[in-house]
Design a protein around this ligand. Structure first.
Ligand code: SAH
Length: 346
């Protein structure tokens, strides 16, 4: 059986023309699958019966099945554990923001970046996700929202995994999101977050798909960054920031640097100063993220005063800065925590 969910219109058309069918059948199939979100070939009424039967015997539209769901007390954040047909599960999060429905999509099952503060990496990486599996996460939530006349408005590829080490699948996914026959989303409503895979930041800048780029920085100097993020030994901070600068120049999109604030680790005045020095002059902004404590580590959030100090210091030195609004703390929204609970229990 061939899974056709995640195939482009060109790929669908190629498959059907190999069967001796006319080209326009590809468009019809794409319409049913992506526009109408139908998964049963029998419901595709404008396709000839013989074609539907052949599709049903040779192809499948593989989506994602919900295994678990947690809703925050305020009802604004929902986290889903979704399984694919091989039993591999990933987390996808829906955040109802004032500006629309934002979802956080995983690009890999697990992760092998080894960041010291992150729950997604604790069990290593199982495998890359395909474009269809990232799209299936998106459609799961979009279908749910469409029941109340809503849709997915913005997407952050910021769930578990490192998207830039799963480059081809992630790019295919982003292109599919944009296609008129699929969700027709603008590239500007998509954000990709990376731990700093330098060569692929340059590659992404050349693609002519102006998605927003977030770079996980988390420390203003190399030794601490290497301790928190082992990938820094391969792609040192200065090269990451240079690549970010290039991305900003090339795409005219403001690059966001994510900076988790950890009490007593990366939140002192000297570090705030170093961060300003590092980013001075770039078309960049900083998103401060008070750490979501992960049970496996003994790190905590700084006090509200400390967070405010850090924020004010950056702002005073002309760095655009935001503090991430807290959402879903009561539902283990820190990357990977829901999935880990299922792995540990079973
Ligand atoms: N690998 C990519 C995307 C996944 S991580 C990346 O590194 O950017 C997405 C974001 O969540 C990153 O900024 C990551 O550092 C952050 N994150 C991971 N664990 C966290 C935690 N315990 N608290 C707050 N943010 C966390």
């Amino acid at each position: 059986m061939v899974n056709i969910f995640g195939k482009t219109l060109e790929e669908l058309t190629e498959l059907l023309t190999e069967w001796g069918l006319p080209k326009f059948r590809g468009k019809q199939l794409a319409d049913w699958m992506y526009k109408k979100s139908v998964t049963d070939f029998n419901e595709m009424q404008n396709l000839p019966k013989s074609m539907r039967e052949k599709l049903a015997t040779e192809c499948v539209i593989d989506r994602a099945a919900r295994v678990d769901q947690l809703d925050s007390a305020d009802g604004r954040t929902s986290k889903f554990l979704l399984n694919f047909s091989d039993g591999v599960g990933v987390e996808t999060v829906l955040m109802r923001q004032p500006y629309g429905n934002s979802i956080c999509v995983s690009s890999q099952a697990g992760c092998n970046m080894g960041c010291a503060f992150c729950a997604s990496t604790l069990h290593g990486m199982v495998r890359d996700l395909t474009a269809g599996e990232m799209l299936a996460q998106t459609y799961y939530i979009n279908d749910m929202l469409s029941k109340s006349g809503e849709k997915v408005d913005t997407i952050v590829i910021m769930g578990s995994g490192e998207p830039l080490t799963n480059y081809d699948n992630v790019l295919k996914y982003i292109r599919l999101l944009h296609e008129d026959y699929c969700l027709g989303m603008s590239y500007r409503s998509v954000t990709l977050s990376t731990s700093g895979i330098v060569p692929n930041i340059y590659r992404l800048a050349q693609e002519e798909i102006p998605v927003n780029l977030s770079i996980s920085l988390h420390a203003p100097e190399n030794s601490l960054r290497s301790e928190l993020m082992p990938i820094n030994r391969k792609y040192p901070m200065a090269d990451v920031v240079k690549a970010g600068g290039y991305y900003g120049e090339k795409t005219h999109r403001r690059v966001t640097y994510e900076y988790i604030l950890i009490d007593g680790v990366n939140d002192n005045a000297k570090q705030a100063k170093e961060l300003v020095e590092l980013l001075k002059g770039q078309l960049a902004s900083v998103n401060l993220i008070p750490i979501n404590p992960v049970v496996e580590r003994n790190w905590n959030r700084p006090s509200p005063e400390r967070i405010e100090f850090f924020e004010k210091y950056l702002a005073k030195h002309h760095i655009t800065v935001t503090v991430r609004r807290e959402m879903g703390n009561d539902i283990q929204a820190a990357c990977g925590q829901l999935r880990n609970r299922h792995l540990d229990n079973g």
